[in-house]
Design a binder for this molecule. Sequence first.
Ligand code: ZN
Length: 83
Amino acid sequence: MAKPGKKGPATTVDIYCTRCRTQLYKYRKGGKGSLVKCFKERITVDYTQQPCTCPGCEQAFARETLIRGTPAFKMIGGKVFMK
Ligand SMILES: [Zn+2]
């Protein structure tokens, strides 16, 4: 189960592979706008078997990175969509 949020409403979004429509993550998204990066600590359910790789079609959809010292995934444009 997800931990309670620190403050304010965080929207949980479902992230899918654009190519095969396999679900990749449930993610607590802060703020508005498109999904450019995912902080690992905000992923509430991880459906992948290898980091950054779609379990359905095995394409790489993101790269591991650090954002201000926090582990994150930088999404590759057009590889994923959310709803
Ligand atoms: Zn896929």
